[in-house]
Design a protein around this ligand. Structure first.
Ligand code: CU
Length: 145
């Protein structure tokens, strides 16, 4: 009986961890902690962030991102130039073998232009990440303010 309670508790812990970590995985690539910013009224641009993990033995490159919310999703990088925060588009992002890359505010991010609809909280936005070696992964991003 005691064992049963333990199993149920463990199941709940696993459930909570998997929900909060928001894990999406292919054979070697997994994406955790992804989210997209709610769009601001009057603006049709937003950004998305996530951690991309590469469990494989070779480097993987994120080459493009596609979603129904926009026809223009770019990989961007923030950097300091002459003491000013600027951002520029980058062609791709390489995740070394057995490594990870974090897309986060003030760093690498996905920039989403020309939104076809408002992005509001309490919805999930699906996008597809395309990597080298014919690897692609569908992920769902919760919307945060
Ligand atoms: Cu940007």
């Amino acid at each position: 009986m005691k064992n049963n309670y333990f199993s149920i508790a463990l199941l709940f812990i696993i459930l909570i961890v998997s929900i909060s970590k928001n894990v999406y995985a292919s054979n070697v690539i997994s994406v955790t902690d992804g989210y997209i910013r709610a769009s601001i009224p009057g603006s049709d641009v937003t950004a998305a962030y996530m951690t991309i993990n590469n469990a494989g033995d070779i480097a993987m490159t994120l080459e493009k991102v596609i979603g129904t919310l926009s026809d223009r999703i770019e990989i961007h990088e923030h950097s300091m130039t002459h003491g000013m925060m600027t951002m520029r588009q980058v062609d791709n992002v390489t995740i070394d073998a057995k490594s990870k890359v974090v897309l986060q505010p003030s760093g690498l991010h996905l920039m989403i232009f020309s939104l076809k609809q408002k992005i509001t909280e309490k919805e999930l936005v699906t996008i597809t990440l395309y990597f080298s070696n014919n690897t692609k992964i569908n992920i769902q991003l919760p919307v945060y303010r």
